[in-house]
Design a protein around this ligand. Structure first.
Ligand code: AP5
Ligand code: MG
Length: 218
């Protein structure tokens, strides 16, 4: 199973990726999570990425391509993966196609999750993440607030620095101008699948699995 999760910020890529990674027992590779780990560890990459992420902009292609090349080539990803948040530019999509060629990967799908902008803004404004295990929650469904303990591991739940209204608006603009055009690239390759993300987490998860079954990817 090699799956790319695609869609605007807040459509539920991370939420669904974690469920699918559990279903298929393969790694969830989120470029956003990799960058947030670098930020938390105070590495050089983290210091540079934080400024860009907090502004809602994209980290340069060469940095992201190098990061993903390293992870996809690792033994952990050899039996499959859920890639979340990459590619985000046409350059990244072309570089990924080249990586797949080098790794002999020909069978993969791009799952595009669609959600209205109003719902995205509501979801991102109420999102909480666990500082310890990266699990994703919502103040709307869990009734937790920033600073509450993670129900799973007890780590601190926090609001992401890029989930402020101004930054959310900018991330949506960046998605619309730089990232959404990639869909055509994958439609032309015949590997794109679209799922409606305007449903409960459980129903979206069930519909994704049905879609994957119908395309014989699982
Ligand atoms: P990244 O971390 O990838 O952020 P994103 O794409 O903006 O997407 P999000 O993580 O915000 O949303 P999501 O779709 O994962 O939704 P989630 O499941 O959390 O990237 C962050 C930054 O890193 C970028 O802005 C950029 O600077 C940099 N970056 C990363 N990759 C890069 C790349 N390739 N190139 C360049 N720069 C890069 O859900 C959101 C909320 O909704 C949660 O509260 C959740 O509980 C809730 N929710 C989920 N599903 C549902 C549902 N069905 N119903 C109701 N609520 C739901
Ligand atoms: Mg995410």
């Amino acid at each position: 199973m090699r799956l790319l999760l695609f869609g605007a910020p807040g459509v539920g890529k991370g939420t669904q990726a974690k469920l699918l990674a559990d279903d298929f027992r393969i790694p969830h590779i989120s470029t956003g999570d990799l960058l947030r780990t670098a930020v938390a560890n105070g590495t050089e990459l983290g210091k540079k990425a934080k400024v860009i992420m907090d502004a809602g902009k994209l980290v340069p292609d060469d940095v992201m391509i190098g990061l993903v090349r390293g992870v996809l080539g690792s033994p952990a990803a050899s039996k499959g993966f859920i890639l979340d948040g990459f590619p985000r530019t046409l350059n990244q999509a072309r570089a990924l196609a080249q990586m797949f060629e080098e790794l002999g990967i020909h069978d993969y799908r791009v799952l595009n999750i669609e959600v209205s902008n109003e719902a995205i803004i509501r979801r991102l404004s109420s999102r909480l993440m666990c500082r310890n295990d990266g699990k994703i929650y919502s103040t709307e469904t869990y009734g937790a607030t920033a600073g509450s303990p993670c129900p799973d591991c007890g780590g601190e739940l926090y609001q992401r620095d890029d989930d402020k209204p101004e930054t959310i608006r900018h991330r949506l603009e960046v998605y619309s101008t730089q990232t959404s055009p990639i869909l055509k690239f994958y439609e032309d390759l015949g590997v794109e699948l679209t799922v409606n993300g305007m449903d409960t987490v459980e129903n979206v998860h069930r519909n994704i699995n049905r879609l994957l079954q119908s395309t014989e990817l699982r």
